[in-house]
Design a protein around this ligand. Structure first.
Ligand SMILES: [Zn+2]
Ligand SMILES: [Zn+2]
Length: 156
């Protein structure tokens, strides 16, 4: 997403956001593990969202101590069991390698929103440079120039 040393102000259209610049109401989601999730700022530096549980966890870690501290050894032990003809180990191995690609591992996963608990926002997003704006943590962002316009306070 980095735009390098391009100077956007020179070549890009001037932003004139139209519409309601108040923040969207908070949305709630649920992960497949049943945890309720909300949107939080990804980090102090990055103006983007991350999902976390209401108690502030971004992933769930129920791994065994060996897997947490020495995953290479844990996998080596699983491969040894496979090599020794353990069918359950072979099944586990193929399930887990597939799951790792999806952000799931043995005993842990990143929480991801599977379902939205809250209804869609009633207000339409503001429009800038011909496109609906993106509700970023810092404010409404123009999708064309990436300029951010701070939220105006909600009235009433
Ligand atoms: Zn714009
Ligand atoms: Zn989860």
């Amino acid at each position: 997403m980095s735009r390098g040393h391009v100077r956007p102000a020179q070549q890009q259209p001037e932003c004139r956001p139209r519409g309601d610049l108040t923040p969207l109401p908070e949305q709630r989601y649920v992960c497949r593990c049943g945890e309720e999730l909300r949107l939080v700022r990804a980090s102090a530096e990055i103006n983007d969202w991350a999902h976390e549980t209401l108690s502030g966890q971004r992933y769930r870690d129920d791994r065994s101590a060996l897997l947490r501290e020495d995953p290479a050894r844990w996998w080596a032990q699983l491969r040894q069991r496979m090599a020794a003809g353990d069918m359950r180990a072979a099944q586990l191995y193929s399930t887990l390698t597939a799951a790792e690609d999806l952000g799931w591992g043995p005993g842990w996963h990143y929480h991801r929103p599977e379902k939205t608990l809250t209804g869609p926002p009633e207000q339409p997003p503001p429009v800038c440079c011909g496109r609906p704006m993106w509700a970023s943590p810092d404010g409404w962002a123009c999708r064309v120039t990436l300029r951010v316009f701070p939220y105006t306070p909600t009235t009433g």
